[in-house]
Design a protein around this ligand. Structure first.
Ligand code: PBG
Ligand code: ZN
Length: 322
């Protein structure tokens, strides 16, 4: 007798029943770019469907996201004053701190607010830290990141997401938050963040490209899977609540290994370049955009991601693709 796996693929009802991977809106985190000013909605060229918002317009857009079932946002600050020491990044009235206050005042616990913590959009040189002698100084940078995290947490952020890749920054941030009685503010670490060309469109959106050099002296080498396990174990030890792999599509193997090596929730960041490629090919009619987007989302989930940070979240919910 022939064994016939096709028997279970015969009808949609059957296929739904035996599906091994499922997606839920609760897995999505939607990123937002916040800029100073009023009444700003400024589309980002290389990322169709994604815009810069000022705090007032952000409020309206988040309301729309919430009505679609997206209740977790990740905020990036853009367009603040750039200095050598990134001091605008930890200003009490930074655009991110202001946005957090306004969002939490308006939506309270209906909305979960996460903030990106890194200096690259706040430094003249565009590096993710304090630059001295052409080298990003680790421990000085951790001090700045801890201050930045504190300013966001004091504004009411539910979770802090450091994306810089300094050593010891999870511990530095955790201690700073705890000293200020913010022991319930969570930390999602960009723990496995590769030096990747897939961040191209984001750097334009965030005006955060390094003026000179690259980020290879702090972000990870994509040839080193063993080292990823070491990095993420350190972040877990230092007190991270969630670990992340970034980018996502080219690193499904890393997502899978991380899922198998930790008991913490695993997030992946489907980054700007991954988004732009799909949108560009879709606009040309070279791929079926909806199908490719959903195939990618299932790939993240199948690889083991419990949380997906993606610019596609809004369209997926708007069009009812899940
Ligand atoms: C900043 C930061 C970057 C991204 C998130 N935070 C860019 C970088 O490290 O150069 C990338 C996000 C994306 O490409 O969507 N540290
Ligand atoms: Zn950075």
């Amino acid at each position: 007798m022939l064994i016939r796996p096709r028997r279970l693929r015969k009808s949609p009802i059957l296929r739904e029943m035996v599906a091994e991977t499922r997606l839920s809106k609760d897995m999505f985190i939607y990123p937002y770019f916040v800029v100073p000013g009023k009444n700003v909605v400024h589309g980002i060229d290389a990322m169709p469907g994604v815009s810069h918002f000022s705090v007032d317009t952000l409020l309206k857009d988040v309301e729309k996201s919430l009505s679609l079932g997206i209740n977790k946002v990740l905020l990036f600050g853009v367009g603040e004053e750039k200095t050598e020491d990134a001091s605008s990044s930890y200003d009490k009235h930074s655009v991110v701190a202001n946005a957090v206050r306004v969002l939490k005042r308006e939506f309270s616990d209906d909305l979960y607010v996460i903030t990106d913590v890194c200096t690259c959009a706040y430094t003249t040189h565009g590096h993710c830290g304090i630059l001295e002698h052409d080298y990003v100084q680790n421990d000085k940078t951790v001090d700045v990141l801890a201050k930045m995290a504190l300013s966001h947490a004091q504004a009411g952020a539910d979770m802090i997401a450091p994306s810089d890749m300094m050593d010891g920054r999870i511990l530095g941030i955790r201690e700073k938050l705890d000293q200020h009685n913010l022991e319930n503010t969570a930390i999602m670490s960009y723990s496995i963040k590769f030096a990747s060309a897939y961040y191209g469109p984001f750097r334009e959106a965030a005006d955060s490209a390094p003026g000179k050099g690259d980020r290879k002296a702090y972000q990870m080498d994509f040839r080193n899977p063993r080292e990823t396990m070491r990095e993420s174990a350190l972040d877990e030890y230092e007190g991270a609540d969630i670990l992340m792999v970034k980018p996502a599509l080219a690193y499904l193997d890393v997502i899978k290994s991380l899922r198998e090596s930790t008991d913490l929730p695993v997030a992946c960041y489907n980054v700007s370049g991954e988004y732009s490629m799909v949108k560009a090919a879709g606009a040309k009619g070279w791929i079926d955009e909806q199908k490719v987007i959903m195939e990618n989302m299932y790939a993240f989930s199948r690889a083991g991601a419990n949380i997906i940070i993606t610019y596609h979240a809004r369209e997926i919910m708007e069009k009812g693709w899940i």
